[in-house]
Design a protein around this ligand. Structure first.
Ligand code: GTP
Length: 593
């Protein structure tokens, strides 16, 4: 392809502002798919991805418009996947900034726009959903200028849903976004933008060629991983898969090279020619590390083998989550898993439950702590509260901190600031733009991983948005809080907390467990403790009557039904000593009030 006719762009949008709908429209308008194939959203639908295989997993689509090649690159929208986003942006020269005409600019949009500006992108603002009665395109146009500082006078007014403004968007991409640059004769330099496992093709690698040319049959080298591979396929997605003889500078496409494991094809790596190597790899390679850990245990101990297989399969397609076997006194065999963030954790947990039909218990999510031991005992990285060393062996503990940007309508600001304060937040900045506040806080990640996002959304009725990045480790007065039910420690519920918040967390936990654990024939004490010291306590009173007592002994079938129901309930319970705890109690207990 003539490099001057190439345009590479991504779409920046806050969740629900219409990114997928617009992408589908662009594909449809340029003839990539028929109306019938468009019936469902193409770029990010998991179920459809499965049905149609590789064409849909495509993170990028090649479109043709008026003699130009337009590569539309999909980017994950959530903060958990910030690094993937940054690599996708590095593969483009421009971006469509999609803003909902009724909702306006939100925090996540902001963070992504600034990233895009840092990559020197040409940004084309698109004000979407102008068909809505509540649309205020002029207000949003002003907001884009005031808040982001972008010229929005030539923003395209569109409705992805009704097909308004689609041709104008395609024209704007051709006219305003610059063509890529690159020398076809230079030694090959291509960036690994994404990789995934396909059952038929093995590992598929999405690349952006910067310099030189990628060809079928070429021997290539991964500069970070240090491995070499023979390319056996080169191609692109339209979004259907199409093989090509080669990819020149400025082009985006895929290769396969008989790579068996996704872990060998890491996002951000540089591909070069094995014989004629580039002198330097591309900048910005970063190894992604899981930041949130939790244990996953099968409710039914017999499902352990199934869990092992399912986790291994998931991992084939996601090199960013880690797992290793874990045994828990109370929960038996399971896995300690590491994730990029809470959303990532939820996605994996959801897929295990839904796609692999597993009933799971998830232990309290925990961040990674850095511990210095006394008397030169060395350093530990703590992934599991259960492995916390004895407090008198600990010299110091450090926890990860983040900087969060919260964007919220004025009326909810007070309660949002209080939430941040309660979570040990340090305010760094507070500004107001057209009826909205933008607050910047430093917060310990530990205080954010449980339910911060849910709380933020419920306090602000969904209007607040939130974005964060890590800013390093800081020492803190951190202790392990254990939860005891009937004097037995329940390891799944133990967690590392800051001393200043331990008592209120402990009290909250005991109160919730009191409501969640059904009554037994005996009295059950519930305690939260630090070391040997009890900091909170509740008691579940003993059950007074047999459940069947109210049947007056007459109706046998009704009595049997009740007993069956009880039995059914028991299967979903975990036994601690002689106390039965329903599975739901674990998850519910971890949600803070
Ligand atoms: P995520 O995939 O969750 O990140 O969202 P997204 O930004 O991709 O948004 P998506 O395309 O899924 O659209 C969100 C909702 O807005 C859907 O219900 C769409 O049908 C609707 N929507 C998208 N574009 C328009 C539009 O132009 N007008 C109206 N009225 N609704 C739209």
């Amino acid at each position: 392809t003539d490099i001057s006719k190439i345009r590479n762009f991504s779409i920046i949008a806050h969740i629900d502002h219409g990114k997928s709908t617009l992408a589908d429209r662009l594909i449809q308008r340029t003839g990539g798919l028929t109306e019938r194939e468009m019936s469902a959203q193409v770029l990010d639908n998991m179920e459809i991805e499965k049905e149609r295989g590789i064409t849909i997993k495509a993170q990028t689509v090649r479109l043709e418009w008026k003699g130009h090649v337009l590569n539309l690159m999909d980017t994950p929208g959530h903060v958990d996947f910030a690094y993937e986003v940054s690599r996708s942006l590095a593969a483009c020269e421009g971006a469509l900034l999609v803003v909902d005409a009724a909702q306006g600019v939100e925090a996540q949009t902001l963070a992504n726009v600034y990233q895009s500006i840092e990559h020197d992108h040409e940004i084309v603002p698109v004000i979407n959903k102008i068909d809505l009665p509540a649309a205020e395109p002029e207000k949003v146009r002003a907001e884009i200028e005031d808040v982001i500082g972008l010229d929005a006078s030539n923003a395209v007014l569109a409705s992805a849903k009704s097909g308004i403004g689609i041709d104008e968007i395609l024209d704007a991409i051709v006219e305003r976004i610059p063509a890529p640059k690159g020398d076809a004769d230079a030694p090959l330099k291509a960036m690994l933008v994404d990789s995934w496992y396909d059952p038929y093709l093995g590992v598929v690698i999405l690349v952006r060629v910067m310099e030189g040319t990628l060809k079928r049959g070429q021997q290539i080298k991964f500069m970070q991983a240090g491995t070499t591979h023979l390319i056996d396929r080169v191609g692109c997605f339209r979004p259907k898969i199409e093989q090509l003889p080669d990819l020149g500078p400025g082009e985006i496409g895929f290769i396969t090279a008989q790579i068996k494991e996704i872990a060998q094809a890491r996002v951000g790596d540089t591909l070069t020619d094995a014989k004629r190597s580039a002198a330097e790899p591309l900048e910005g390679f970063k190894e992604v590390q899981p930041v949130v850990f939790c244990g996953l245990f099968p409710v039914d101990a017999n499902d352990f083998e199934k869990l092992r297989e399912s986790i291994s399969k998931l991992r084939l397609n996601d090199a960013s989550f880690s797992f290793e076997m874990e045994t828990s006194a109370a929960l038996g065999f399971g896995y300690r898993c590491g994730f990029l963030g809470l959303l990532h954790l939820e996605i994996i947990q959801e897929r295990l439950t839904r796609e692999y039909d597993l009933d799971l218990i998830t232990t309290a999510p925990s961040v990674v702590y850095q511990i210095e031991l006394t008397h030169g005992g060395g350093h530990i990285e703590l992934h599991n509260p259960a492995d916390m060393p004895d407090p008198n062996k600990i010299e110091s503990i450090a926890e990860p901190w983040i900087e969060a940007t919260i964007y919220v309508p004025d009326e909810y600001l007070g309660s949002i600031l209080k939430l941040c304060q309660d979570r040990r937040g340090i305010q760094k900045n507070l500004t107001y733009v057209s009826g909205r506040a933008q607050a910047t806080y430093e917060l310990p990640l530990n205080e954010v991983v449980f339910d911060f996002y849910d709380r933020l959304k419920s306090i602000s009725r969904g209007y607040a948005s939130f974005d964060y990045h890590q800013i390093g480790y800081r020492e803190g007065d951190l202790v392990k809080m254990s939860v005891l039910v009937n004097a037995e420690p329940v390891d799944a519920l133990s967690m590392i907390v800051h001393r200043s918040t331990a008592e209120s967390r402990g009290r909250g936990m005991c109160e919730r467990l009191k409501d969640l654990i059904p009554r037994h024939l005996f009295k059950i004490p519930i305690q939260a403790a630090i070391g040997g010291k009890v900091i909170a306590r509740e008691t579940i009173a003993a059950m007074r009557k047999d459940v069947t007592a109210k049947c007056y002994g007459g109706d046998i079938s009704r009595k049997r039904k009740l007993l069956d129901k009880q039995k059914e309930g028991k299967k979903r319970m975990r036994e601690y000593g002689s106390v039965q705890i329903p599975q739901e109690a674990f998850i519910a207990a971890l949600r803070m009030g």
